[in-house]
Design a protein around this ligand. Structure first.
Ligand SMILES: C[S@@+](CC[C@H](N)C(=O)[O-])C[C@H]1O[C@@H](n2cnc3c(N)ncnc32)[C@H](O)[C@@H]1O
Length: 228
């Protein structure tokens, strides 16, 4: 029997998950800004799914902005435990479950809004993950994927690294990590469009900014055989 690994490379468990959570806690502003931007797209009391939330920082920031039913789904047992603990400590309500983005443990049309950040390039079955987003999204619901784009220019990368305010050694390390690891596993805008075209979403809008992109997917009524 063959099985498909759910993540690319090393699983983010144990010490790796702890290191990631500690490092990205310094960058909480990223989650605050994203939550403030996306909250405008979420209906009041909406059911929100974050796919691959890691330590749960975005879910926590979103929960602070309104009354939503928030769920996080992550493949990493360490991150699920950590996100549950972080939510309790932050005094917010959110449910964190363990599972694969390509095989979600949810009913059809269970969510009004979906978000996935800095994780899509890690999925081993990206097309299946997008199709699953469509299945669990209600008609008229919106899913947003934010990630690095492989077609970022050298100038974009330089600008990003300059903005980090790093010392000389860290700058060299970060530049190497970007070019040799992160951007290599990332997708170009054209690759994302080609993947989306293989799913019931059919099409998407992609906004690019610097080294990243934001993919907007809408589940239309006629995707499901109904009328538009
Ligand atoms: C770089 S972390 C990003 C975490 C968080 N979204 C953030 O912005 O900090 C990538 C996340 O993807 C998760 N992941 C990788 N493959 C997955 C899969 N197939 N299904 C669900 N989660 C997955 C990892 O466990 C990890 O939490």
């Amino acid at each position: 029997m063959t099985t498909t690994k759910a993540y690319k490379g090393i699983a983010m468990e144990g010490p790796i998950a702890a290191w990631y959570a500690k490092t990205t806690l310094k960058d909480l502003q990223r989650h605050k800004l994203m939550a403030a931007q996306l909250v405008k797209k979420i209906p009041a009391h909406g059911r929100v799914l974050e796919v691959a939330p890691g330590p749960g920082y975005f879910c926590i920031e979103l929960a602070k902005l309104g009354h939503y039913q928030i769920t996080g789904l992550d493949i990493s047992k360490s991150f699920v435990a950590m996100a549950r603990k972080n939510a309790v400590e932050a005094g917010i309500q959110a449910e964190f479950r363990q599972g694969d983005a390509a095989n979600m443990p949810f009913e059809n049309q269970a969510f009004d809004f979906m978000f996935c950040q800095a994780a899509f390039k890690n999925f081993t079955q990206p097309v299946k993950a997008i199709a699953e987003m469509h299945r669990v999204l209600r008609p008229g619901g919106v899913a947003v994927i934010v990630d690095l784009r492989r077609d970022a220019s050298q100038a974009d990368i330089d600008q990003e690294i300059k903005g980090m305010g790093l010392g000389r050694i860290n700058e060299i390390l970060v530049r190497w990590t970007f070019k040799q690891m992160l951007l290599k596993s990332a997708y170009s805008v054209d690759e994302i469009r080609a993947m989306v075209s293989q799913t019931p979403f059919g099409r998407c809008r992609i906004d690019t900014s610097g080294i990243g992109f934001m993919v907007w997917l809408e589940s239309r009524a006629f995707d499901r055989g109904g009328c538009a």
